[in-house]
Design a protein around this ligand. Structure first.
Ligand SMILES: Nc1nc2c(ncn2[C@@H]2O[C@H](COP(=O)(O)OP(=O)(O)OP(=O)(O)O)[C@@H](O)[C@H]2O)c(=O)[nH]1
Ligand SMILES: [Mg+2]
Ligand SMILES: [Zn+2]
Length: 291
């Protein structure tokens, strides 16, 4: 038996990458596409049959499973936001961060289009997220800046690239792997309209790792959670929560709240906290509906 990685599922077939190249496989017995028992990103054992195609016999244990896009064994999410054109929507970034925190996926924030922004704005934005404990890198896919450090970050890993439309996700992948020629700009956004319902995720071999490009989006629902959970998904809030007077402090209107004290001291970013409060209202509103 051979071991490989499912890089694409299409038309009832799985395309499995191994040291033999890519092999078109079907799933044996219960391992059928329709049941979602196999996912892009799965490490599998397969046998080769007479005509050269393969049969997947077993799925190796999964490290994690992302549902949007459906990919297994994700090592990191690369969240790409442009510093300008389009303006970065920090509420959207904070929502995406929560999704990754819930799934316990490592996060790399990539601030793209540094060529279009002032250094002052770039470092202010980076400061907010580094202060929250995230790793931030700057790139200009067009000017090929920061691409080498990004290359180091994707080597040997399965990454998912996410972010708003126009941020430069596909352009960055093209810069990492010249010759790949993913559609960018106008063409991509036209295609996207007919594309957003498809589930044809593909892991592309990029810079010694595998990356799933995703079409951009402009809004995201928070995952289901209780109001007391939200703070756990803001690392800088979660770090201080133990110092609040009340164990179940929502860091909103409670007295002796360590989080609110940290904002006044400039330790926690006001912008992040404001988004926390907005999301808290959303979570509470949803709790009421389902009560
Ligand atoms: N100035 C500048 N423009 C860039 C940069 N990166 C990408 N662009 C441009 O931004 C536009 C959008 O880039 P895409 O790579 O298609 O963006 P995307 O994030 O893949 O967008 P969707 O596929 O729609 O989600 C294109 O016209 C790119 O040429 C950059 O670093 N600087
Ligand atoms: Mg794209
Ligand atoms: Zn508190």
């Amino acid at each position: 038996m051979h071991q490989g990685l499912i890089v694409k599922g299409y038309g009832g077939f799985y395309f499995v990458q191994s040291d033999r190249g890519i092999c078109r496989c079907t799933g044996r017995g219960r391992l059928k596409m329709s049941e979602q028992s196999l996912l892009v990103g799965d490490h599998v054992l397969f046998t080769i049959v007479e005509n050269g195609s393969g049969v997947i016999e077993r799925v190796l244990p999964r490290k994690n499973t992302l549902s949007r896009p459906p990919v297994a064994n994700v090592d990191q999410a690369i969240l790409v936001f442009a510093l300008a054109n389009p303006e970065p929507d920090l509420k959207l970034l904070d929502r995406l961060l929560i999704l990754c925190e819930v799934e316990r996926i490592d996060i790399l924030i990539c601030l793209n289009k540094v060529d279009l922004a002032s250094g002052q704005f770039a470092s202010k934005l980076a400061g907010i997220y580094q202060g929250a404990g995230y790793e931030v890198i700057f790139t200009s896919a067009i000017k090929k800046m920061g691409i080498e450090s990004l290359r180091e970050k994707v080597k040997g890993k399965i990454s998912v690239v996410a972010g708003p439309s126009g941020a430069g996700k596909s352009t960055i992948l093209n810069a990492l792997e010249p010759g790949m020629a993913l559609k960018t700009g106008e063409i991509s956004s036209k295609l996207k309209r007919g594309r957003h319902t498809t589930r044809h995720v593909e892991l592309l071999p990029v810079a010694g790792g595998f990356i799933a490009d995703t079409p951009g989006f402009s809004n995201l629902y928070l995952p289901d959670m209780k109001r007391t959970e939200l703070g756990r998904y803001f690392p800088e809030i979660s770090d201080l929560a133990g110092q609040c007077r009340f164990l179940d402090c929502l860091h909103f209107q409670e007295p002796d709240c360590a989080v609110k004290a940290a904002i006044d001291k400039g330790i926690i970013s006001r912008c992040r906290y404001q988004n926390y409060v907005t999301f808290l209202a959303e979570v509470m509103a949803r709790e009421r509906i389902y009560e």
